[in-house]
Design a protein around this ligand. Sequence first.
Ligand SMILES: *Cc1c(COP(=O)(O)O)cnc(C)c1O
Length: 458
Amino acid sequence: MNKNEIPYKIYLEENEIPTSWYNVRADMKNKPAPLIHPGTLQPLKFEDMQPIFCDELIRQELDNDTAYIPIPEEVLNFYKMYRPSPLTHAKFLEQALDTPAKIFYKFEGNNTSGSHKLNSAIAQAYYAKEQGLKGVTTETGAGQWGTALSMACAFFGLDLKVYMVKVSYEQKPFRREVMRTYGADVTPSPSMNTNIGRAINEQFPGTTGSLGCAISEAVEVAVSTPGYRYELGSVLNQVLLHQSIIGLETKAACDKYGIKPDIIIGCAGGGSNLGGLISPFMGEKLRGEADYRIIAIEPASCPSFTRGKFAYDFCDTGKVCPMAKMYTLGHDFIPSANHAGGLRYHGMSPILSQLYHDGLMEARAVEQTSVFEAAQLFARTEGILPAPESSHAIRGAIDEALKCKETGEEKTIILGLTGTGYFDLKAYEQYNNGTMSDYIPTDEDLAKGFATIPDVNL
Ligand SMILES: *Cc1c(COP(=O)(O)O)cnc(C)c1O
């Protein structure tokens, strides 16, 4: 289709929302490595995970074979409150860049939680309710996942205990109050309610916490409270499965309007939005039906793909969680204070790690100030104030579009715009004041993190 003929919004109707999730593992020749028990190093079986996760979610976690898994009607009905999410032709951004490339963005910030995380939160809350549980626990850093799960638990009448990294609890009162408004019980982590929290407080008096510690606390509470389980917002296979709704809608909209992407770009923290966005396209690639360039964009300050190691590592600092084989910087790696809180994770989804290892996708690391430069241009041209995480994908797409300007190629680029940046205005303030800095870890910094990766050769 000629560029000028493509409408600004690529609409799907409500009845065109996909009714099954797509499980890309079914089409992977090399399956992602299983989660293993840190003590026995054996792959975790259903029973091993039962104290931690809901039964149906464990089945989804372990299912490498079923390509399509029906979305429960209750979840589909909730999706209809904010889906289908728009796929938009970024005409004004293209004009500003003066590029022959076509750029489209799939916007997941159209709900109160402000990000794609609600797509999995509502599914996870549903399965907890179905199982007759009383409540669930989770951790949250900057607060996007905690907010999404609060909304989901309120909808299904489940209790939710959120362990929020103390520094965010104190510095980001707005997200905390959104969560409390939806009924969540929010505790700053490390707390004095758990063995791990008390131990950490004793060892490091005055600590402001970390995500790894908050995960350990949330898991401890879930395992020791009757009628509770723990839920996680990224990294896991089940989360990528739920997020496939992003990619399936994108594919349906592309097919409806005759758009064929050459390049698909997303930001990568734990890998859930990117994994979801690319899943049906990756499926075609794996089955040999089509080819796409797929690019993960990560912060240069936390470069799991581009500088990490592909190895079994712990998912949390407290080492209470199973181990996953993934690209990792080491579970003790503490990235510098990048503003894209959702991208500051030491590891990466095992599915995406395997796909990257097999050469089926690319990755690039970008620096913070160049990300905010892209965010500002996007806000001024397309109107949406993007989340810092999402702006990594915008940076990647702009770079590809500028290459097209040099070569004159009319490539079609789709980028995943995961959320809005209204809770990140402190970061925008620094950028606007010219006081934002870039930090790229040295090889020595990374070596310290790598030294914490356990020596497991499987
Ligand atoms: C959490 C988050 C991310 C990163 O998480 P993934 O699991 O890698 O998708 C990206 N963007 C936003 C807005 C987020 O909240």
